[in-house]
Write a protein that binds this ligand. Structure first.
Ligand SMILES: [Zn+2]
Length: 194
């Protein structure tokens, strides 16, 4: 079995994931979100697309068996295992602007957006090329009137979601920094590549 890597609380990483490899994202303590991005390693203008994915899946509740599509309708990742079943692909990564909007009394933090931008910079990806991320374990129910809520994740310690890479990819992954998304406390995220 491969090594388990830790993403410390309120930080992020980027790494390569080869075609056919599996990325396991683990919530080691429970109730913690991890934002995930995927770019085609051969052409970074091709990136995961919330709009394409939700359109083709015909649901916002993505889980085992669903594919994550790119802006060019290519399959980048496929969810092959999921012990939670509650994730979000509607909301953009938290950022300085998020903190100014929702938490004006808290010290601002660069959030997942800033962490992803910093981690992806060595791969030549600028901040303006960061789209809506697939937010592992994020709990965003939509009511009958279309209103969104951000509730604590339902993930428990050790829960995981596993992605199969359909291409050679560059992945960005965070331990989310926004209070409401993570039940009011910040925990690390673990990941494994097999
Ligand atoms: Zn975040």
């Amino acid at each position: 079995m491969s090594d388990t890597h830790e993403i410390p609380e309120r930080s992020g990483v980027a790494f390569r994931l080869g075609k056919g490899q599996r990325l396991t994202v683990i919530d080691p303590r429970g109730c913690q979100v991890a934002d995930l991005l995927a770019y085609d390693a051969a052409d970074m203008d091709e990136v995961i697309s919330s709009g394409r994915t939700l359109d083709y899946a015909e649901t916002i509740r993505l889980t085992t068996g669903h594919k994550l599509y790119s802006n060019r309708s290519g399959v980048l990742l496929e969810i092959v295992e999921d012990t939670v079943g509650v994730h979000d692909f509607l909301l953009t990564p938290c950022s300085y602007d998020t903190f100014h909007h929702f938490y004006p009394d808290l010290p601002p933090h660069r959030g997942c957006f800033g962490n992803l931008a910093a981690a992806l910079e060595p791969f030549g990806i600028g901040a303006d090329r960061i789209p809506v991320a697939f937010n592992c374990f994020m709990n965003v129910p939509v009511d009958g009137a279309g209103r969104l809520s951000v509730l604590p994740p339902v993930s428990k310690a050790g829960d995981r979601i596993v992605f199969l890479a359909h291409r050679d990819l560059v992945i960005g992954l965070t331990a989310c920094s926004a209070p409401a998304s993570n039940g009011g406390s910040f925990k690390p995220i673990h990941y494994r590549i097999d």
